[in-house]
Design a protein around this ligand. Structure first.
Ligand code: AVJ
Ligand code: FE
Length: 434
C-alpha cells in the first residue's frame, strides 16, 4: 500500500511538471502563433491551453471537490466532441491572456483541494486517480501542442539538447519471443486509464521482433527500391490514399538531389540514417513491413515483448522492470526534440534484449483499437469507448514528446491509419515458422 502523502506528492509533482511544459509551449511564440491554426488537423495552441484548464476544472474542482463552475459558459467551446479541430479557430475562444489566467485560477484552486484530499473513497479519488488522470491529460495535450509546433511554418521557437550518440549496438537485429500465455493490461497500476484495464491472460504464438525501431536508413532503402510505386506492398486503402495525395516519403521530408532532407521544429537538416523513422502513417509502416518480408507486430505481441519476464512468468510495468522511467531508460518528456539513434538506452532494454520500446517514437501495431475483455468505461465514455472499432489502429510505447506519467508498458494510444503528423514510427515482426 502506498501512503496518502506519497500520492499527494506524486500528484503535485506531476501536475507541476505538466504545467511547466504547457507554459513553455504556449510562451515560446508570439500571440498570433497562439491563435492561428497551423494545420486543419490541429487546434490553435490557445484552445489546448484553455481546454487543459477546463478539463481540470470539470474533473478536479466540480466532480472531485463538488465546487460550482467558475465559467460554465465556456464549457461547450472546449468540449472536443462538440467542435472538430478544423472549426476551433472560429469559436469565441478566450484570448491568450485570459486563457492563461483561467488555467492558473483553476490550478490555484486545485492545489487547495489537493492539500486536503484523502486518497481513498470513490474510484475517482482512490490513489489520487483523478489527479493522475488530469496530469496525463495535460501531458497528452502537451504532446499535441508539440505536434502543432512541428507543423508550424516559420523560424525555430523551441530548442533542446540532442540525445547522446548511440553506443555501438552489437545485438541481433531480431529476437525470438517464445510462445505461450502472458498477462496483458493491468488491474493494479493506480493511474492506468480505462482502456488499459483489466489484466487478462493472452495466448501469443512464438514470433520474432526487431530489437530496435526501423531507422531512416532502412526506410530510405524501401523508398529507393520504388516502394511507393509498387502496389504489391500496400493495403488497398493505403495505396489509394498515397496515390490521391501524392505521398512519396515520410511527412516533412523533401529530396535534395540524391539526399533526403527533413524539416524539424523550424530547422531543415539531412535525414539522419541511424535514427528511428518518424512521421509515417500506419499504411506506410504496413507497406514497409510487407516489402521487408515481415509484418507489424500485433498489439499483444508488442506488449508481450515489452512486459513479459520469461524468468518469472510475470508482466513488468516497463521493459526494464518495475522502476519508474529515468533518463537512462528511455527518451521521454521532450527532453530531446527528436528520437535517439537506434540501439540507444541499453539500460532500458527488455530481458530478451529489445530496445527503445518505451520512448523515441510511437510504434504502430497491426491491431485495431478494441476493448479488453471486462472493459468498463471510466470515468467517461468519450475517453476511450467511442473510439473502439476498426477505424483506429493502436500505437504503443510513447515518443520523445510524451511524459513518463502518460507512458508505460500497458499504455494504449490510437489514431487513424492515414495519420502521420504524430510522432509515429514502428518496428517489424514475423511469425515463427515451425
Ligand atoms: C489518446 C492521444 C488519442 O489526443 O485525442 C486528450 C488523448 N483525450 N484529450 C487525443 C486525449 C482527451 C487522445 N489520444
Ligand atoms: Fe483533451
Amino acid at each position: 500500500m502506498t501512503d496518502p502523502e506519497t500520492f499527494r506528492e506524486r500528484a503535485l509533482s506531476t501536475l507541476v511538471t505538466a504545467r511547466d511544459r504547457t507554459t513553455l509551449l504556449t510562451s515560446c511564440v508570439e500571440e498570433p502563433d497562439l491563435t492561428a491554426q497551423h494545420s486543419p488537423l490541429m487546434s490553435p495552441l490557445v484552445w489546448d491551453l484553455a481546454h487543459i484548464g477546463n478539463q481540470e476544472e470539470q474533473w478536479l474542482l466540480r466532480t472531485v471537490a463538488g465546487q460550482e463552475a467558475i465559467r460554465p459558459e465556456i464549457d461547450s467551446i472546449y468540449d472536443a466532441f462538440e467542435h472538430p479541430r478544423a472549426e476551433r479557430p472560429k469559436l469565441p475562444l478566450l484570448k491568450p491572456a485570459e486563457a492563461r489566467e483561467y488555467a492558473a485560477d483553476v490550478r490555484g484552486r486545485v492545489l487547495d483541494v489537493l492539500e486536503r484530499a484523502a486518497f481513498h473513497g470513490t474510484r475517482l479519488t482512490e490513489a489520487g486517480f483523478a489527479f493522475g488522470m488530469i496530469a496525463q491529460h495535460e501531458q497528452q495535450h502537451d504532446e499535441t501542442m508539440l505536434i502543432t509546433h512541428q507543423l508550424r511554418k516559420g523560424p525555430q521557437a523551441l530548442t533542446a539538447p540532442d540525445p547522446d550518440p548511440a553506443p555501438l549496438f552489437t545485438g541481433p537485429a531480431e529476437v525470438l519471443v517464445p510462445g505461450g500465455p502472458f498477462t496483458m493490461g493491468t488491474s493494479t497500476e493506480p493511474w492506468a486509464l480505462d482502456n488499459e484495464r483489466p489484466a487478462h491472460r493472452r495466448e501469443v504464438a512464438p514470433f520474432w521482433i526487431d530489437t530496435t525501431p526501423v531507422t531512416n536508413g532502412a526506410y530510405q532503402r524501401f523508398i529507393d527500391d520504388g516502394g511507393y510505386q509498387d502496389e504489391r506492398w500496400w493495403a488497398p486503402a493505403g495505396w489509394d490514399h498515397i496515390r490521391r495525395h501524392s505521398i512519396q516519403a515520410p511527412l516533412f521530408w523533401s529530396r535534395d538531389g540524391r539526399q533526403w532532407l527533413r524539416r524539424r521544429f523550424g530547422v531543415t537538416e539531412v535525414v539522419p540514417s541511424d535514427e528511428p523513422v518518424v512521421h509515417v502513417s500506419w499504411y506506410e509502416a504496413d507497406a514497409y513491413a510487407r516489402w521487408a518480408g515481415r509484418r507489424l507486430p500485433t498489439e499483444a505481441e508488442w506488449e508481450k515483448a515489452a512486459r513479459h519476464d520469461p524468468a518469472g512468468d510475470r508482466s513488468t510495468r516497463y521493459p526494464w522492470g518495475d522502476a519508474d522511467p529515468a533518463p537512462q531508460h528511455a527518451n521521454l518528456g521532450q527532453r530531446h526534440l527528436r528520437p535517439a539513434p537506434a540501439g540507444s538506452y541499453p539500460e532500458g532494454e527488455s530481458p530478451l534484449g529489445v530496445r527503445q520500446l518505451i520512448g523515441d517514437v510511437w510504434e504502430w501495431t497491426a491491431s485495431d483499437f478494441e476493448p479488453y475483455p471486462g472493459f468498463q468505461p471510466f470515468p467517461y465514455k468519450e475517453y476511450s469507448e467511442v473510439f473502439f472499432g476498426p477505424d483506429h489502429k493502436v500505437l504503443r510505447g510513447g515518443s520523445f514528446a510524451v511524459d513518463a506519467v502518460a507512458c508505460r508498458g500497458t499504455f494504449r494510444n490510437w489514431d487513424y491509419p492515414i495519420r502521420r503528423q504524430i510522432f509515429s514510427g514502428f518496428r517489424t515482426a514475423r511469425s515463427e515458422t515451425v
